[in-house]
Design a protein around this ligand. Structure first.
Ligand code: ZN
Length: 342
């Protein structure tokens, strides 16, 4: 099969579109003929590498994918060749104490496609049968691939962990990335009032089209002060901050007393100072999460399949042009998901 291989860490030049042996499904596993694979910022981080990361080379990036069942291993009974499927990118053991509690995203042997297992920048992928979800004919492969990781992450953070309710005021810090776009849509669907801080007018306009109610341009004003004014000096119930170092201090200021700050990542850097007086003085709760359990995957993808949540697709590239697709992701000049077509 054709795949985009990674033999070492580095810039986009280390991505090599070439031939590699097609994997074979073992017991309980399925070979999927991938029709779409979406990019995530995670792909760049894995490509660049970080201290302690261990990849089995050649590695294949990509968490998100959708396609057709090509071949089933022994003991597979729920799918047949030709079935259209979406793929949960989490890999879990099904036996440890976390899996038994339905918290498979905390599994003791948790792995993620494209990070700690070979991923979706390829024509074929082998995954456990339980990772597959039937994809209705009405939903495109690009849509399913674009939704998987970011909608699972956003749903688990906002709804399961953050307990977002109708009427809550929620502030999403950042307008352009995939998780933030998903958060805006999910918060709107949940009946919350959605505030969005963005870096420019174009991204804010797009945030509005996804369901944002109040827009704040951080290039023009101090946004935590703006939130204070817009909420009549109260602050918001929930802040979604996946930016980190650049924004966390302002997020703490923007939260109301007793508010929750949700984080699933840190695009501007992982380490920053916290003024503890705000934490105890305002009774704040900081809630971290990563990905989400399979139950949340089923719930949120069901909403995507019903067209209640619709991922924004910025652009598509042939698999052979993975380097150009990643350069686009690194440029920050996009809104929504960038998708590869194997
Ligand atoms: Zn487990």
């Amino acid at each position: 099969m054709k795949a985009v291989l990674l033999h070492e860490h580095g810039g986009t030049e280390v991505l090599e579109y070439t031939d590699v042996e097609t994997p074979q499904p073992g017991p309980g596993e399925v070979l999927v003929d991938l029709k779409a694979a979406a990019l995530n910022r995670l792909d760049i981080w894995v490509r660049d590498g970080w201290p302690g990361i261990k990849l089995e080379y050649p590695h294949i990036l990509g968490a998100d994918g959708a396609g057709l069942v090509a071949e089933s291993g022994a003991e597979v009974s729920g799918v047949q060749s030709g079935d259209r499927v979406a793929i949960n990118p989490d890999l879990w053991c099904g036996r440890c104490v976390y899996c038994a509690a339905g918290q498979d995203n905390l599994c003791d042997s948790w792995r993620l496609l494209g990070e700690s297992a070979r991923g979706t920048y390829a024509q074929y992928l082998v995954v456990p049968e339980r990772n597959l979800l039937p994809l209705p004919d009405t939903v495109g492969f690009e849509t399913a691939a674009a939704a998987s990781l970011v909608y699972l992450t956003a749903w688990h953070s906002l709804i399961t962990r953050g307990k977002l309710r109708a009427g809550d005021r929620v502030l999403v810090v950042g307008a352009g990335g995939g998780v933030n776009s998903a958060c805006i849509q999910i918060a709107h669907l949940a009946g919350a009032q959605v505030y969005v801080v963005g870096s420019d007018a174009a991204k804010l306009e797009q945030a509005e089209s996804l369901g944002a109610d109040e827009l704040i341009d951080r290039s023009k004003e101090d946004w935590s002060k703006a939130i204070f004014k817009l909420t009549r000096r109260r602050g918001v119930d929930v802040v979604v901050d996946n930016v980190g170092a650049e924004t966390f201090f302002h997020s703490i200021r923007a939260a109301r007393k007793g508010g929750r700050i949700l984080t699933v990542g840190n695009t501007s850097g992982p380490k920053f100072e916290l003024d503890n007086r705000y934490l105890f003085g305002k009774h704040l709760t900081i809630i971290g999460s990563s990905m989400g359990p399979h139950t949340d995957f089923l719930t949120v993808m069901g909403l995507v399949f019903e067209d209640k949540l619709t991922p924004v697709i910025d652009s598509t590239f042939p698999l052979a042009e993975a380097r150009a697709a990643q350069r686009k992701l690194e440029s920050d000049d996009f809104f929504g998901k960038i998708v590869l077509l194997p």
